[in-house]
Design a protein around this ligand. Structure first.
Ligand code: ADP
Length: 196
């Protein structure tokens, strides 16, 4: 290979899913610092940004019309209607990525639309789901975050119940009891001697 040849490294796709408020964003924030060469996919969502969330870093915040155009254009690897139609979220395709954080609904169903790849299939053997230590803790985290109205909290909890009932569809369940412990477990699965 000549010096000028572009470097081509084929990474592994890892899907990290979990119900609302289980701690995905929190865990991913820490993971970014622990494993700097991980590439993260940025999901698109029709929900409003929460305080501190940065466009293009945490999510692409798009209107419903834009999201529907992305579906029609085959721009999403997977997407899902979530919380009883309250919002749509999905994984844009087209850029290199080593890891994808997707909603449980999309990860489980994988809804490719004229898209050549589906994260669920590419990540076979590498799907992880974050679970709360208990249902009560999840409710506390969701209400404690204070970013959703009572009505939205209720719909998110309804979704969470269904998602948690299906957690065994994922390859590995990681309990997010403590952020550092859960991250250490994720890192050991990514880079440790028993990396899968
Ligand atoms: P998600 O991205 O899954 O919706 P967040 O990362 O926004 O969830 O976390 C929801 C709330 O729970 C936040 O207030 C966060 O600070 C808190 N949280 C996350 N992980 C833990 C943990 N292991 N212990 C205690 N609180 C946590």
């Amino acid at each position: 290979m000549s010096d000028s040849a572009p470097e081509t490294r084929r990474g592994r796709l890892v899907v990290l899913a979990g119900p609302s408020a289980v701690g995905k964003s929190t865990v991913v924030r820490v993971l970014r610092t622990l494993v700097p060469d991980l590439l993260f996919s940025v999901s698109a969502t029709t929900r409003d940004p929460r305080p501190g969330e940065v466009e293009g870093h945490d999510y692409y915040f798009v209107t419903r019309d834009t999201f529907d155009r992305m579906i029609e254009g085959g721009d999403l690897l997977e997407w899902a209607d979530i919380h009883g139609g309250l919002q749509r979220s999905g994984t844009p395709g087209g850029s290199r990525r080593g890891s994808a954080r997707v909603r449980s609904a999309g990860a489980r169903r994988g809804r490719p639309r004229r898209s050549p790849r589906c994260p669920r299939r590419d990540a076979r053997g590498h799907t992880r789901v974050l679970a709360p230590p208990s249902w009560e803790v999840l409710v506390e985290r969701l209400t404690g975050r204070g970013t959703e109205s009572e009505d939205v909290v209720a719909r998110r909890l309804e979704t969470a119940r269904t998602e948690l009932a299906a957690k065994d569809e994922f390859d590995i369940v990681i309990v997010n009891d403590d952020v550092d412990r859960a991250c250490a477990e994720l890192v050991s699965l990514l880079v440790g001697p028993h990396a899968t």
